[in-house]
Design a protein around this ligand. Structure first.
Ligand SMILES: Nc1ncnc2c1ncn2[C@@H]1O[C@H](COP(=O)(O)OP(=O)(O)OP(=O)(O)O)[C@@H](O)[C@H]1O
Length: 243
């Protein structure tokens, strides 16, 4: 699977937020989407998942846009939003069943994967709970289980670490790496730069709705004329100090 953004300009109604974005997420890679508050990370993700439509340019998954192959495009993506979105009247079990239907998953195989994750996240005895009883982190875990039990080729995770306890962060990173090992790709927006540096293969640095830089750590260090051991944090600070 390759996700490609070509000359993507977009935003909300007439408001332009993203300006001429170009980047790719290649097969089997973890890509960190990095930038200041308001740089356009969530807006970029909303365009990729089809919640917003580019004003110009195009977004393709394996050369097909959402309009060209709506089912293929949607089923290729699993998305974990920044703020969990759960239905008040559905139990945890029903949420997972809904995802299984939406992705046309084999129920037995999907439940096997889900049960393993539910146990890990200590939600296995809460299948009949309604969202009102869940804490913020528990809601986030439900979204993670729903996304990671699919057979999507691209996992998009918007700021995953803020509401999770350190054990859950660890478990989520294990899931991310397992998906990568199985050949899937991951696009992850985050402000936790040390974790991004440790886990991501490539980075997209956004500034004011534009791509300031892309590449691996070595390429970014060169781009920003920093030392060979400069951290992602140092690169980030260098970006914010540019005019
Ligand atoms: N629903 C909306 N309507 C209009 N403008 C919006 C909307 N959501 C975001 N914006 C604007 O788009 C720009 C980019 O916001 P976005 O949420 O993509 O940033 P972000 O990089 O994800 O930031 P953060 O790190 O704070 O999550 C900001 O200027 C913001 O004000």
């Amino acid at each position: 699977m390759t996700l490609t953004l070509e000359h993507v300009t977009g935003g909300y109604g007439n408001l332009q937020v993203l300006k001429d974005l170009n980047f790719t997420v290649a097969d089997g890679s973890i890509v960190g989407l990095i930038g200041l508050n308001g740089a356009g990370k969530s807006t970029t993700i909303k365009h990729i998942i089809g919640l917003l439509t580019p004003q110009q340019g195009k977004i393709t998954i394996d050369d097909k846009t959402l309009a060209e192959d709506p089912d293929g495009y949607r089923q290729a993506i699993a998305y974990v939003p920044e703020t969990p979105v759960l239905y008040a009247k559905l139990t945890l079990r029903e949420h997972l069943e809904l995802t299984m239907m939406a992705y046309a998953l084999d129920k037995d195989a999907a439940w096997a994967k889900a049960n393993e994750m539910l146990k890990k996240f200590r939600l296995d005895n809460k299948l009949d709970w309604f969202p009102a009883k869940f804490s913020k982190g528990m809601k986030q875990k439900v979204m993670i289980v729903a996304a990671f039990m699919t057979n999507a080729k691209l996992y998009i995770i918007d700021e995953p670490f803020t509401g999770l306890d350190p054990l859950a962060v660890h478990d989520l990173l294990d899931l991310v790496q397992a998906k990568k090992a199985a050949g899937a790709s991951v696009l992850m927006s985050t402000h936790i730069l040390a974790t991004a540096q440790q886990y991501a293969d490539q980075f997209v640095l956004l500034r004011s709705g534009q791509v300031r830089a892309t590449g691996n750590m070595a390429q970014l260090r060169q781009d920003f004329k920093l030392a060979d051991d400069a951290s992602l944090d140092a690169i980030y600070m260098a970006m914010t100090e540019e005019r």
